[in-house]
Design a protein around this ligand. Structure first.
Ligand code: URA
Length: 229
């Protein structure tokens, strides 16, 4: 099954679910590493998930998009309204900007990246996800990382950094530095939505900082590609 077909499953929460006995209806039900054999199975469970109260208010769980074997995984905060309606992450203005940021260094959002969020369901009024919501959803992102097995992970904004790694350092301090988490190379970057609120391109501005950071990411990808050839 290709990734488009997998994504279309996200539109159909009533589709038959494999392993129905494992549907995680409660955060107390553990989801162990290795639970999912592919992203389709994981997406089906997310669309039936009630591990936190956000399950009751979602239209669609927003699982991910892009290449399921991409070298870069990009982790955002949480779905917004457009994402909840479509079932796809980063489809609004922040997503368009993210595509442009990648394109600015010759990276293609569909071919070089797999894009997802720390939590899969939209918080009401787009508030920041709670610690409980992040904890309930964490097994899914851990499984996504295991399945995609990216070479680098970009963490957009403080919620993604803290949610995945537990690191509470402010994003403006930690961005642009490679950090190691569970043996994986992660780069915290500013959230694209933050750039949308700051038009300046002057040295030191959010857009300028992002430009520095994405060049570091591209250099790392090039380095890893040439090392494997
Ligand atoms: N859209 C997403 O999917 N995630 C974000 O963090 C922001 C917008």
């Amino acid at each position: 099954m290709n990734s488009e077909e997998q994504l279309s499953l996200f539109d159909n929460p009533t589709a038959p679910v494999s392993q129905p006995d494992l549907i995680p209806t409660d955060a107390k039900i553990p989801i162990l590493p290795g639970t999912y054999s592919d992203m389709t199975e994981l997406a089906q469970h997310c669309n039936h998930c009630y591990r936190c109260p956000l399950g009751a208010t979602r239209n669609h769980a927003v699982v991910g998009k892009g290449d399921l074997k991409a070298p870069i995984m990009i982790v955002g905060e949480a779905p917004g309204q457009n994402e909840d309606e479509t079932g796809l992450p980063f489809v609004g203005k922040a997503g368009q900007l993210l595509d442009k940021i990648l394109a600015s260094v010759g990276l293609n959002a569909k071919e070089d990246a797999y894009v997802c969020n720390i939590i899969k369901c939209r918080p009401p009024s787009n508030r920041v996800p709670t610690t409980e919501e992040v904890a309930a959803c964490k097994p899914y992102i851990l499984e996504q990382i295991r399945l995609v097995d990216p070479q680098v992970i970009l963490l957009t904004g403080a919620t993604a950094v803290k949610g995945l790694t537990g690191n509470k350092t402010g994003i403006t301090k930690i961005r642009g530095t490679w950090i190691e988490w569970e043996g994986r190379l992660c780069m915290p970057i500013l959230h694209p939505a933050y750039l949308l609120r700051n038009a300046s391109r002057e040295q030191g501005s959010p857009k300028w900082l992002m430009w520095q950071d994405i060049q570091l990411v591209k250099a790392k990808i090039d380095e890893l590609r040439s090392a494997s050839n």
